[in-house]
Design a protein around this ligand. Structure first.
Ligand code: ZN
Length: 337
């Protein structure tokens, strides 16, 4: 009788195990057959009632059944576990994506990039120089003699008697001319420092872009042409401009360039103080004294230079009311650009 039961359970278990599809079902079968109170244990219990002479053969059948069930269970268990591991690695394309926060270029750098790209298009190279400069490169070579009142135009952070934080990017012009013979045509973007009271309109550090072109027969008309072309590309195509006489120690003659206020289109507004004009840069023909200081022959060469403050340009272009916002690193502000 036990032999028949063994046969029956073998058949039943064959059917059960062949239909297993998941770990939960397999666990049910383990409990049904292989647990301490499972069918197999019950069969082994029945062994004590088997006549003595049949015990060896029935016992052998039982052991074989146990072996076969255990093997089936183990093999199914490991293949189902493998499947579970694999599905963990699969990417579920139906899930919504995780949004990554990506930084962006600072508005000042964006403005600088735009200016650089316009001047590169007109044949200018880009040069940079150190922010810690000698007094000579920052002032002396640029025709600011010692004790000259022009030095008072720029409040300076001195690091020592002869070194300072550059007050403009103009010393890079000196470095270029000391290194290269004409023709040179370059712009020089970078940081400059002034020891000024900090308020909505001025800050102790700011960005400048300067430009320099030296060759034989460079004229003021070429300077105008270059700057007007720049202004039209950078601000707007349909603009009026004017050049007003000004003074810089390193250029002669010197001028400041105004363009139609692009906020009010020349009608007059708060930004342009009702004049309809905005000053965008300073410029002029390189002073012969500067050429003398860098060893250029001022009889043979002429050149022009110009410079503009980037923060001022960005303030105007984007209608920002306070220069300090550029340096405060407030993400709510920076993310608007
Ligand atoms: Zn205006």
């Amino acid at each position: 009788m036990l032999t028949e039961e063994i046969q029956q359970i073998r058949k039943e278990s064959d059917k059960d195990f062949s239909s297993v599809e998941d770990v939960r079902k397999l666990e049910e079968l383990r409990i049904k057959y292989l647990s301490r109170n499972g069918l197999l244990a019950q069969l082994f219990d029945g062994l004590k009632d088997v006549p003595k002479e049949e015990k060896p053969s029935v016992g052998k059948d039982l052991n074989e059944l146990r072996k076969s069930l255990t093997e089936k269970y183990n093999s199914l268990k490991s293949s189902l576990d493998d499947k579970a591991d694999q599905s963990k690695d699969e990417i579920d394309l139906t899930l919504p994506g995780t949004k990554r926060v990506i930084g962006s270029k600072h508005i000042i750098i964006q403005t600088l990039d735009e200016i650089k790209s316009i001047f590169k298009g007109m044949g200018f190279s880009v040069f940079e120089g150190p922010e810690l400069e000698s007094d000579y490169n920052n002032f002396g070579a640029l025709n600011f003699p010692h004790d000259h009142p022009a030095r008072d135009m720029q409040d300076t952070f001195f690091v020592s008697k002869d070194f300072l934080l550059r007050t403009h990017t103009s010393p890079v012009q000196v470095r270029i001319m000391n290194k290269y013979k004409p023709p040179v045509r370059a712009i020089m973007p970078g940081l400059a420092y002034r020891n000024e009271a900090i308020n909505a309109r001025s800050y102790c550090v700011f960005h400048q872009v300067e430009g320099l072109y030296v060759d034989t027969d460079v004229t003021f008309a070429e300077l105008k042409g270059t700057l007007v072309s720049f202004a039209k590309q950078f601000y707007m195509d349909d603009l009026k401009y004017r050049f007003r006489p000004s003074f810089f120690p390193f250029t002669e003659p010197s001028a400041e360039m105004d363009i139609t206020c692009f906020i009010c289109k020349g009608q007059g507004c708060k930004i342009c103080k009702k004049t309809g004009w905005l000053e965008i840069l300073g410029c002029g023909m390189v002073d012969p004294n500067v050429f003398k200081n860098v060893g250029y022959d001022s009889e043979k060469y002429t050149g022009y230079a110009f410079g503009m403050g980037i923060e001022r340009i960005a303030l105007l272009k984007y209608g920002i009311d306070d220069i300090r916002r550029f340096f405060e690193n407030d993400l709510r502000f920076l993310k608007q650009f």
